[in-house]
Design a protein. Structure first.
Length: 141
């Protein structure tokens, strides 16, 4: 069985996220999605996500291509969850940059044979969380 892992915030699930999950699932047999913790998002992006981690996790669990969804670790070592899950493939979003610098080298250092695959974008000028949030703010005003 080929195991795939995708990680991310997944704040306000949109068609771009669903495309990511579908493409990731097509790479193997079992897809686990790691949903970033609120504290991690704040540290990386400088602000909390719109939706709390438990809600984001609940939404991701409902996606048909997702076999399992878990919250990320609060450990200093962000690859700890990857070491625990031992995926065959770690699928990254087209714009995912957090914790990806030197990723292949760090996986190898931990003796993980995980292959890293960057997935294509799905209409990034339309379906990007940052853009959708901006649009929602304008509609409220």
């Amino acid at each position: 069985m080929k195991k795939i892992v995708v990680t991310g915030t997944f704040d306000h699930l949109h068609p771009g996220h669903l495309f990511l999950f579908k493409k990731a699932k097509a790479l193997g047999d079992y897809l686990t999605v790691v949903v970033a913790r609120d504290k991690t998002v704040k540290k990386v992006k400088g602000k909390l996500p719109w939706q709390p981690e438990r809600f984001r996790l609940k939404m991701v669990k409902r996606v048909k291509w997702v076999d399992r969804a878990v919250l990320g670790k609060l450990a200093k070592d962000k690859l700890k969850i990857i070491k625990e899950l031992k995926p065959d493939i770690l699928a990254l979003g087209y714009d995912q940059r957090a914790f990806t610098q030197n990723l292949r080298r760090e996986l190898k250092k931990r003796k993980l044979l995980t292959r890293v695959v960057r997935l294509p974008a799905f209409q990034p000028k339309k379906y990007k969380s940052r853009l959708l949030k901006r649009l929602a703010k304008k509609q409220k005003a």
